[in-house]
Design a protein around this ligand. Structure first.
Ligand code: MSP
Length: 508
């Protein structure tokens, strides 16, 4: 059977001010998508934009343009940023796409007809910036628990979705599928904070604004944003459309990667919508931690915001990718600072990886005109390096099975670190002075190049540009997963190219 892997990020609110924290979700998902492709999976990686709602309508009014024009103008900002970051998504869905709108309308009608959506009066507290309704008990000091701003009381006719009806079924699903919510701490949070107090039915339509998907059978209403937004994961695959071949192929989703603050929408509302539609549920929702600055949020108003493109221009795309992937430990928050980015780039990328490749290629050119034969003059010191290189794939695989991206990268850098140590131990410059050691010298350089190749095959998932540069320098097209099951794949007597600096040391 063909191995498929369907992976999504949340769809982003359109913004001209994405910060480095926003990039985290797409970069981590990109590393997972690339890794799965390396493993031979047929991957479908979805991202996109979440364009409806009162907030957008207000912003468009302020800008004096229609909401459609407003979103059209800034959605390209996301696409540009993802391109700059080498995000290898397969589809970018917009909730203003007509296929999506029609899909949401069909779902709304279906749920209404089967009695899961009903009309009632909504009285409640609403946070406009977060587009969230809250109950009195959920407020913190009378303010929105998510953003700390004022909430306002609203009362209007609205449609509701019967979350409460599915509560027991959801709890049973959690019990039967221990991998559904990861990390485990997030599951406990969901059960204790939201499910145990009892699920309240969810307001799924609004009448106080009109920038949304119109409810087909009731003119005054537009679909309220979470039902609209979450549906993107199936509308993008053509669910309920004339061509649902992608849906048949890729659903259920293998992994929804989401930031921790929206885990509850993805692990409570989303599975219940799917249950009501009688569809299989996603295999896993992974709630990642945040990138923070000095322990707090990154925001324009706090003055700690920079356009991520500035970091890419200054340090290079792979320095940025490396930093966010390496710095945020499994499921926890990670601290961002430019200083830390420089330290990581200088330490791991310039000193360890860059230096290793540069020294190795330099010596290959200097001692053998770039042509490295494996002359098989082995010494004991080789065994350790070779077994470490051969174990790397398994190690990385085990970490990636748990989405422990930071640890996987650490393991790869560790192999490069060991390779530098191997240079210090074997001292090729000493061997070069002794004509009788020529074959040993060739073997040492071969071992180094083969180790660099093996590490770079795995590194492709995380730093694709850097790996491509390394493959060029060592002049190989053996870059597949299958090519690293044994040590010795690198073709003996290949001529390497000139050494080029991969990462310049940054003076702070
Ligand atoms: N539109 C909703 C999602 C709907 S999905 C059906 C949304 N959009 S968002 O633009 O606010 O967030 C998009 C992603 O960026 C989320 O995964 C969010 O967690 C992530 N991040 C935003 N700031 C972040 C950090 N500072 N650090 C890490 N990720 C953060 O939510």
């Amino acid at each position: 059977m063909e191995k498929k892997f369907y992976l999504t990020t949340p769809i982003y609110y359109p913004s001209a001010n994405f910060h480095i924290g926003h990039c985290y979700t797409t970069i981590i998902a990109d590393a997972i998508a690339r890794y799965k492709r390396l493993c031979g999976y047929d991957v479908f990686y979805l991202t996109g934009s979440d364009e409806h709602g009162q907030k957008i309508q207000k912003k468009a009014e302020e800008a004096g343009v229609t909401p459609q024009k407003y979103v059209d103008d800034i959605v390209s900002n996301a696409k540009d940023l993802w391109e700059r970051l080498n995000i290898s998504y397969d589809k970018f869905i917009r909730t203003t796409d007509s296929e999506h709108v029609i899909c949401v309308q069909k779902i709304f009608e279906k749920l209404y007809k089967q009695g899961d959506i009903y009309k009632d009066e909504y009285k409640g507290l609403y946070c406009t910036p977060c587009e969230s309704f809250w109950t009195e008990s959920q407020l913190v000091d009378g303010k929105c628990p998510d953003c700390g701003r004022d909430v306002s009381e609203v009362s209007e006719e609205a449609y509701f979705f019967k979350l409460s009806k599915y509560q027991d079924k959801l709890v049973k699903f959690y019990e039967d599928n221990p991998n559904f919510i990861k990390p485990d701490s997030r599951k406990n949070e969901m059960i204790n904070n939201f499910i145990k107090p009892g699920l309240e039915d969810l307001c799924v339509s609004r009448t106080s604004f009109d920038w949304g998907v119109p409810v087909t059978f009731d003119d005054n209403h537009v679909v309220y944003v979470w039902l609209d937004a979450l549906t993107n994961y199936i509308s993008a695959l053509g669910y309920l459309s004339a061509d649902d071949s992608l849906f048949k192929k890729y659903w259920p989703c293998d992994l929804h990667i989401v930031g921790k603050e929206i885990v509850r929408f993805h692990t409570i509302i989303w599975p219940i919508i799917l249950m009501a539609l009688d569809l299989p549920l996603p295999k896993q929702v992974f709630g990642h931690g945040w990138l923070v600055i000095d322990g707090g949020k990154i925001s324009k108003s706090l003055g700690n915001y920079k356009d991520p493109r500035e970091y890419i221009d200054t340090y290079g795309v792979d320095a940025v990718r490396y930093f966010v992937l390496r710095e945020v430990p499994f499921g926890n928050d990670g601290n961002f600072s430019e200083e830390a980015l420089i330290t990581r780039t200088n330490g791991d990328l310039a000193n360890i990886l860059g230096n290793l490749v540069n020294r190795t290629i330099g010596m290959a050119n200097k001692y053998f005109d770039g042509v490295i034969e494996n002359r098989n003059v082995k010494e004991e010191v080789d065994d350790k390096l070779i077994s470490e290189a051969l174990e790397l794939r398994n190690k990385v695989d085990n970490y990636m099975a748990n989405n422990e991206v930071s640890k996987a990268l650490e393991a790869i850098i560790d192999l490069f670190r060991s390779s530098n140590k191997y240079i210090d131990e074997t001292m090729p410059w000493v061997l070069a002075k002794d004509a009788s050691k020529k074959d040993r010298l060739a073997t040492v350089l071969y071992n180094l190049i083969e180790t660099i190749r093996i590490g770079s095959v795995l590194l492709q998932a995380f730093l694709p540009d850097t790996s491509a540069k390394i493959f060029h320098q060592i002049n190989t097209d053996l870059t597949s997963f299958d090519s690293i099951t044994e040590f010795g794949g690198y073709v003996s007597a290949t001529k390497v190219n000139e050494a080029e600096v991969l990462f310049k040391r940054i003076e702070n």
